[in-house]
Design a binder for this molecule. Structure first.
Ligand code: IMP
Ligand code: MG
Length: 177
């Protein structure tokens, strides 16, 4: 099978939206420090771009959670491959995700993180595919784009670890060679 990538959200649109989300976060926290938790690996590009436009004191941490194998269908189980390096108790935590699909990852993370008593806990995702939601108890505070049910890559998102470096969000199409 050959993989073709077509542009779904152009680079300029992603950049513009990331700045808008940052402006919203700046307004909401009014100068209070925020602690960004990047969900590896898909959220790396989004978190770093977002962080550049935040004006309050910002700290980072990273967590690696996986609910996917190598393909395009969720396995249904969430596994913590790397926990946080720093405590979150008493901090304003914002979980930064690349995409919400079934909702399993964030639902699990919310329970896991809230048990550590952060001062506040919010969710920020670049993309949301609501058509595919299986777990409905996830309240997202900041969403970049709501997209239809397609497998997307770029801006951090991968297909078999490829295409994370694309500066836009694209759709993978599979064709016979
Ligand atoms: P969920 O637990 O089903 O919500 O899965 C969320 C995770 O699955 C995301 O953080 C991505 O890593 C991955 N994922 C879901 N949809 C896509 C997609 O369209 N492209 C690439 N990765 C995806
Ligand atoms: Mg992810």
């Amino acid at each position: 099978m050959k993989e073709n990538i077509s542009v779904m959200i152009p680079e300029e649109d992603v950049e513009k939206r990331v700045k808008e989300i940052a402006a919203q976060i700046n307004a909401d926290y009014a100068g209070e420090p925020v602690h960004l938790i990047c969900i590896l690996m898909g959220s790396v590009m989004f978190m770093t771009e977002l962080a550049k436009h935040l004006t309050m004191p910002v700290t980072f941490d990273f967590m690696c959670v996986s609910s996917y194998g190598g393909g395009t269908v969720s396995s249904g189980t969430v596994r913590i491959a790397k926990d946080l390096a720093h405590p979150i108790e008493g901090r304003n935590v914002i979980v930064v995700e690349d995409i919400i699909d079934s909702g399993r990852t964030l639902s699990y993370l919310l329970k896991f993180l809230s048990a550590r008593n952060p001062k506040s806990l919010r969710l920020c995702t670049l993309l949301d595919k609501p058509d595919r939601r299986v777990v409905h108890d996830v309240n997202v505070d900041y969403t970049g784009f709501v997209i239809p049910d397609a497998f997307v890559v770029g801006y951090g998102l991968d297909y078999d670890q490829k295409y994370r470096n694309l500066p836009y969000v694209g759709v993978v199409e599979f064709t016979e060679e």
